[in-house]
Design a binder for this molecule. Structure first.
Ligand code: HEC
Ligand code: HEC
Length: 408
């Protein structure tokens, strides 16, 4: 969130940034700013790198810099407003079709993702008739990702095994995916068959923050980089031609700046933690079984960023995919079926409305605007017990759960 950082930097020369000039400026975060700060414990060089990445995140690309030829938005920040949940109108659409039991992502017709805008002299895409399956996704909050990426794979495998062993209907599993080799460096490889554990994206399809970012650069903005030299497929000119700007449009170190920024963006700070209703709501949230998937506390493994290493944090997710039939969209990704979704992290939930235009839109496609609607859509699958128990609460108790969720 560049505005805040620009404020912090007032009066700092480039040299001073490295000397810790941020200490000179008092912080007075309001609720919108709470989610857009660096994690605590960064050294001065890391802090400077974070700020460089922040600028790259807010950068608005022009066609001369390689935007497009087809694209959805002109900046990361354009969808991830203030690093929070994105607006309903920033929804991204992926499409494809089932063909003899195999899913076809329709690459040759502009898939997997719709780019509904184009630079001058190019045709924007529309979903082809063959694209009978469409997955719609509202941009998620993107804070605290460094913590999520530093959780060791074995932690996730153990969680999945524990859930299944409990035999109460909750049985999350990891999404096995096959990323390109350039993206596995941050990953903790535990599977010998060449697959990696995905954890980012709403079906946990991307193994690392870097993989997610390179995909976003290409599929959301039409920006090529050292890690993916091809513009999104263009129905007019095919793969390799793209726009007239030489590839890569972004150097590897500029991509790495973005990765570092997102890995060092702080998790949202809780508010109203000591409020009686919030505390009662937290208890009820655990009692009815919401916390079986929305796990409050995870611990990171080793990270070369010391501030992320061996740290407890509170994301309210297990990073596992779960069978949620009422939310199914028929669109598979990795080993996740059309009916499976990654447990949405609930941190920052109470700040969602700030970045979504005044109203919070919940679930992967923003179809719900109240927690009661969200819970109704949890029925029928792995969350059925928890959702049914929630529905049996009194209205006052439900309000306490909601107060708790809004404190996150
Ligand atoms: C057109 C809107 C749009 C733009 C532009 C965009 N994103 Fe996203 N972003 C999304 C959506 C939608 C998702 C969820 C994707 C999914 O489910 O696979 C997402 C997911 C992510 C995630 C994964 C978060 C998580 O919890 O799993 C990261 C990281 C991310 N985006 C970073 C970026 C960066 C960096 C840029 C700029 C290079 C960017 N995004 C540009 C819409 C956008
Ligand atoms: C079986 C695992 C599971 C259980 C149990 C569970 N959830 Fe969820 N929850 C999910 C998944 C998966 C999603 C993502 C669904 C989607 O994006 O469409 C989700 C999404 C949500 C969201 C939307 C978050 C957002 O960013 O839009 C809220 C709120 C939520 N759950 C609250 C609850 C509450 C309250 C309970 C207890 C009544 C509960 N959940 C129980 C798996 C679970």
């Amino acid at each position: 969130m560049l505005k805040l950082k620009a404020f912090i930097l007032i009066g700092c020369s480039a040299g001073m940034i490295l000397q810790g000039c941020t200490k000179l400026v008092p912080r007075a975060p309001d609720s919108g700013e709470v989610i857009a700060e660096p994690i605590e414990g960064l050294n001065n060089a890391q802090m400077a790198a974070h700020l460089v990445g922040d600028e790259r995140f807010a950068h608005v690309y022009s066609p001369e810099e390689g935007l497009g030829p087809v694209f959805i938005q002109t900046s990361c920040e354009g969808c991830h407003v203030g690093d929070g949940k994105g607006h309903f109108s920033s929804v991204v659409e992926r499409f494809g079709m089932w063909e003899n039991g195999v899913f076809n992502y329709l690459d040759s017709l502009g898939g997997p993702q719709l780019q509904g805008k184009a630079v001058l002299n190019y045709l924007a895409e529309s979903i082809p008739d063959a694209g009978t399956v469409v997955s719609r996704r509202v941009p998620p909050i993107i804070t605290g990702l460094g913590f999520l990426s530093a959780v060791h794979d074995t932690t996730l495998l153990n969680l999945a095994a524990k859930q299944t062993a409990q035999g109460n209907g909750v049985s999350g599993r990891v999404n096995y995916v096959m990323p390109q080799s350039a993206f596995i460096l941050e990953s903790h490889h535990v599977d010998s068959s060449g697959y990696y554990i995905g954890r980012f994206g709403k079906k946990a399809t991307k193994a690392t923050v870097k993989e997610q970012i390179v995909f976003a650069l290409k599929e959301d903005m039409g920006i090529t980089s050292d890690f993916d030299m091809f513009d999104p497929f263009n129905i007019e000119v095919g793969y390799n031609t793209g726009d007239d700007v030489p590839d890569p449009e972004l150097a590897g170190n500029q991509v790495n700046d973005l990765v570092f920024y997102l890995r060092t963006l702080k998790a949202p700070t809780r508010r109203m933690e000591d409020d009686e209703n919030v505390m009662a709501g937290e208890e009820l949230f655990k009692q009815v079984g919401c916390a079986e998937c929305h796990i409050s506390t995870l611990k990171t493994g080793y990270s070369e960023i010391e501030a992320l290493s061996e740290k407890e944090f509170h994301p309210y997710t297990d990073l596992l995919i779960h069978y949620m039939p009422l939310l199914g969209d028929g669109y598979p990704e990795g080993s996740a079926s059309g009916d499976e979704w990654r447990t949405a992290p609930l941190w920052g939930l109470g700040l969602a409305a700030d970045s979504q235009g005044g109203i919070a839109y919940y679930l992967h496609d923003g179809r719900a605007t109240t927690i009661n609607q969200v819970v109704n859509l949890h029925l029928g699958g792995e969350a059925d017990n928890a959702a049914s128990s929630y529905k049996a609460l009194t209205d006052a108790e439900k309000d306490q759960v909601i107060a708790f969720l809004n404190s996150l």
